[in-house]
Design a protein around this ligand. Structure first.
Ligand code: ADP
Ligand code: MG
Length: 380
């Protein structure tokens, strides 16, 4: 009831845009891609205060932002999974239940805001683990309802990209391209507005972070191997070894062939010299990193050429990679790209990015009712 009243007061109405009608997962989503640019920045000027809950996997996050400023961004990590060597979904759901209230209390205290100061509550609708999403979404919607606030469902992968609108960086100018590289995703996305995001290319098999981790495992490094390869590569020779390049048309990518190529190479070398990996660790790491980055930078360069868009951002855990940052820096210097690299706290899963995406969507008129269900396979 209060929500209906709120809607009337603020002039939000059911969306008639065909894109909304096609998306049954968000029955109350109100999308108007084209009209959004102006509304977006108007919203930021209004300094909306948004609280957000992120619970797509095994981290419980609650954040509060005002405009583009992060007032609090709290993450409760779950240690319970370490003994199993991977995330146990049922345990993740239960841990979210334990962590949500203390994390929310901590976020409100750190941000020094009361529920009455908040304009909207955003939450991750998907994609992610079903149980984890269900706990976070139910909690967020109930808390919003209890305080008479509107709730806004957010797509987790959109949020990784829209995190670029958070301070401290200057917000990207639209349209921009974003290379999202994490343990689970590798995508090149064209962002026309916060509601109009198009995947131009993506991996056909492993994600870039997964490739880093699997290749590190072949080298005998512990999980997650991505950061270790990065570290070793700093002192290695990237031209020491070369591996077969995948042949994939267009802007799509593939990393599984590289894994086979490195595996066969290491088996061959180890047969001749059992100390090969240990003695050439840095050179192997540098060559492996160079092969992965070569694939990413090749496709990103093609995307820039195809679209004529030189405003380029990166997102996801792999954007921590120093080699990738350096390659982008070089493009900025030599090819005039305007590059956006987010701070690390905004790269890995966090609730501030959900709050930013929620704020932008809310400003565009998107509100989800209590009936909006989380969707582990929410379409992009
Ligand atoms: P997801 O949420 O999809 O699991 P994250 O965004 O949390 O992914 O990123 C984790 C991935 O990023 C892991 O695969 C990890 O190896 C990789 N990663 C993190 N830091 C680096 C780095 N410096 N170089 C390369 N890969 C990295
Ligand atoms: Mg993520």
């Amino acid at each position: 009831m209060r929500l209906a009243g709120w809607r009337q007061k603020h002039g939000h109405r059911q969306c008639e845009h065909p894109k909304c009608a096609q998306n049954p997962a968000m029955p109350l989503a109100q999308f108007h891609g084209r009209k959004l640019g102006r509304t977006t920045f108007a919203a930021m000027q209004k300094n909306l205060t948004v609280l957000a809950v992120e619970s797509s996997c095994d981290d419980t996050g609650v954040a509060v932002i005002r405009g583009r400023t992060v007032l609090a961004n709290i993450i409760a990590n779950q240690s319970v999974h370490a003994q199993f060597g991977g995330v146990v979904p049922e345990m993740a759901s239960r841990a979210h239940m334990q962590h949500l209230i203390p994390t929310l209390d901590a976020a409100l205290a750190e941000a020094a805001v009361q529920p009455a100061d908040i304009d909207a509550v955003a939450y991750t609708q998907g994609p992610g683990l079903n149980g984890s999403l269900l706990v976070g979404a139910t909690f967020a919607k109930s808390w919003a309802w209890q305080h008479g606030l509107p709730s806004v469902p957010v797509h987790h992968m959109h949020a990784h990209i829209l995190a670029h609108f958070l301070e401290p960086g200057p917000p990207p100018m639209m349209p921009f391209l974003c290379l999202t590289v994490s343990g689970g995703h590798t995508q090149i996305v064209q962002v026309n507005s916060p509601e109009d995001l198009i995947i131009l290319g993506q991996t056909r098999d492993d994600a870039a972070g997964e490739a880093f981790d699997k290749l590190a495992k072949l080298m005998g490094l512990p999980y997650p191997g991505g950061p270790l390869i990065d570290q070793l590569a700093a002192t290695g020779d990237a031209g020491a070894f070369s591996f077969a390049k995948p042949q994939v048309d267009g802007l799509d990518m593939s990393f599984s062939g590289l894994k086979t190529s490195v595996l066969q190479f290491l088996q061959r070398e180890m047969a001749a010299d059992a100390d090969f990996v240990a003695s050439r660790q840095a050179d192997i790491a540098a060559s492996v990193q160079s092969a992965i980055l070569g694939i990413l930078m090749d496709k990103l360069t093609k995307a820039v050429a195809a679209t004529g868009i030189t405003e380029v951002a990166i997102a996801g855990g792999v954007s921590a990679n120093r080699g990738l940052r350096a390659a982008l820096g070089e493009k900025a210097e030599r090819s005039g790209w305007r590059v956006h690299i987010p701070p690390m706290a905004h790269c890995t899963d966090n609730a501030a990015m959900i709050a930013m995406a929620g704020s932008l969507r809310f400003a565009a008129g998107c509100i989800g009712g209590l009936e909006v269900a989380p969707d582990p396979r929410l379409p992009f």
